[in-house]
Design a protein around this ligand. Sequence first.
Ligand code: FAD
Length: 434
Amino acid sequence: MIQNKKHVIILGAGISGLTVSFFLNKFKIKNTIIEKDKLAGGLLKSFKIKDYTFDNFIHVSHAKNTFVKNFFKKSSNYINIKPKPNNLFGKIWIDHSSQFNLFPLPFIERIKIILSFLLRNKKKKYRLKNYENWLRGAYGNYFAKNFPMQYTEKYWATKAQKLDTSWIKFRMQEISFKDIFKGAFFKQYKNTFYSQKMRYPKKGGYESFLRILKKNNNIIYNSKLKKIDLIKKKIFLNNKIINYTNLVSTIPLTEFVNLTKFKDKKLINFKNQLRCTAGIIISIGLKVPLKLRTWFYIYNKDFKASRIYCPGKLAKDNCPKNKSSLQAEIFIDNKKKITPNLLQKFKKNTINKLVENKIIKEHDIDFVDTRYKKYANIIFDKNYKKSRDYIMNYYKRFDIDFIGRFGSWAYLWSDQCFMSGKVTAQKIYKKKLS
Ligand SMILES: Cc1cc2nc3c(=O)[nH]c(=O)nc-3n(C[C@H](O)[C@H](O)[C@H](O)COP(=O)(O)OP(=O)(O)OC[C@H]3O[C@@H](n4cnc5c(N)ncnc54)[C@H](O)[C@@H]3O)c2cc1C
């Protein structure tokens, strides 16, 4: 009975918002998704160019939770991915993770790395100070400075010294003297990638994992959110006002703050301190097959892309027979102004460097597509926790559920977004109306 009186507004139709709605529908709770785009899926939308399928950045499912795994499986048949990525360092290819596979480097470089590893500062207090210290403490100064610190500036658009260490968890692999020595003097391959069981849909790109969730009639597409009145519980769109009883936000936290129009100086100040990378995605169709790993990382500063993957290696369906495709990912601070000129420069750099490094030949290119995504990775700098905590506390009295990668401003993968959506729907179902 009480349930019928609820009307939940969900901001955003990415995997997080779609999952909340899916489970609320199961509980027969009225809900509406407000989506600014003309399609659902958010970052997980795949796109087609000719007969080639691409995702927005490389996506593979790392899900460990059985419920999510089964849900994704019901949505799409999948392929198990066993990755063996490598790294481009100068002109040298090194298996991933580099610290375990230093053998291809010149002898003198290997000696420098090992010596500085032996002299590293192992004190826990030193390492926890910031990410740069963490790297120096884990690998020694020489490796830290020339490898992960270079990569950090590209991937996180921030110097390692400015990042905190909260996000590292399982993502960086520490190494023993025995392993660094073995990898430096014996040609061996030690797969240390943090995720060993990954899945990717057989057909249709990563978006196929959303097949069930996308069957949703509660979405208002092309919505322009003008204002959110948290006191009167009203959402103002360009052409209508909607009342709600419960609010779930999956849109970027920074944009949510703007929409509530509160003039609180501290709130605005903390919102301005939240940082995020934007991604430039360069998708390339090639008329010939390529011999490459599924993806590789690039340390080189003059090669702007951080990572490049081959969609056709994730699933054959992503690419026509006897052809191939690549997608390069470039990250910049999302407060940086993006101009068509800058996008053109990134595109040129990607093609030139791919050709220079003999990865592709220019005359084999069928097409190049460049797109920009304003929100990619939350930057975990020293202001992150304080700013996020302040904002979350500020809105506590309004009982809003902030979920998803940008809604909760956290490092969440798609399976974690799904779970946050499910848990939120269950919470709303159990909660009495105030
Ligand atoms: C580089 C990169 C690589 C990744 N790799 C993986 C991976 O390998 N595996 C994995 O599981 N995950 C990966 N992820 C993470 C994954 O993409 C996210 O966890 C997931 O897509 C986030 O879903 P979401 O619904 O929270 O947000 P989104 O997908 O961003 O959805 C938010 C929705 O809100 C809408 N919206 C925004 N503003 C407004 C507004 N003002 N009004 C109305 N609607 C609005 C958007 O259009 C969008 O549809 C990766 C992410 C990145 C950036």
